[in-house]
Design a protein around this ligand. Sequence first.
Ligand code: TRP
Length: 328
Amino acid sequence: MSKELRTVSGMRPTGPLHLGHYFGVLKNWVELQDREEAYFFVADWHALTSDYADPSRIRHNIAEMVKDWVGAGLDPEKCVIFRQSAVKEHGELSLLLSMITPVSWLERNPTYKEQQQQISNKDLGNAGFLCYPVLMAADILMYRPHGVPVGEDQLPHMELTREIARRFNYFYGDLFPEPQAMLTPAAKCPGLDGRKMSKSYNNGIFLSDDFAGIQEKVRGMFTDKARLRKSDPGNPDVCNLFPYHVLLSSPEEQAEIRRGCTSAQLGCVDCKKIFLKNLEAFLTPLHERRAALDARPGAVEEILAAGNEKARAFAMSTMALAREKMGL
Ligand code: TRP
């Protein structure tokens, strides 16, 4: 294979992907598949660490996630798309890594403490949730990648992954390179209401939303809260919509919008029309690729079956080395 660098990443199948996922992470994945040997997986075991009490949506969410990915441009001919739980080696490596991971590292993990405090509708006192970063380290180290394209929120987990790799190499001799996080250059993607776009806030524009629904959402979208009438000059730098022009409009269009807004010539209603036009142009190819998958029964299963096979082949080679080093 002519691609010299290898990369791996995953997402938990917790629901449909929105623009924040696309511009924060997925766009990076799509670009990487051309340059690197890339493994992308649905982290269904990780979904269970918090949703263990009600797994009823998980099967549906897995298929939907694969459709969102392929819609966004991941190509199963260029990268390996697979399901974590189909490659049991992830479970074995996670177990082996848990032997050398101090519990204090896991308890100190900022993400762990934060979620324990913030999430009140689920009991996160289970061992699986505490060990989330060990499983994630196994997911990553399995493919011995140089980097991992993730969002900023995953940085504490990446740090732990490197610490676990270092400790393994120290005890048993070099096997795992210490992988770096590969962040997408900061893309600002506020939710419809100005808060962070998030499924739990119900303020997202989803990749699979139809245009009628999107029009409705955009109509109610916050802009510059201080601008009450069209005759008031607006400020794109505090506007909730303008970051989307930065992502979707041409530089000339952006300059024109800025000029029109600050001089009170372009109103928010017309500004939203430009946004809708560009959003539609952006989403149309995504919807077409998704529709092509929907039209082919068994397509998602086929993609996963082929990807699982390739991932397993790589995982088996790492496990042979890891077992050997650990005296098994
Ligand atoms: N923790 C990641 C998230 O919440 C999902 C994930 C699990 C992951 N294993 C991974 C990401 C390995 C990158 C690499 O999005």
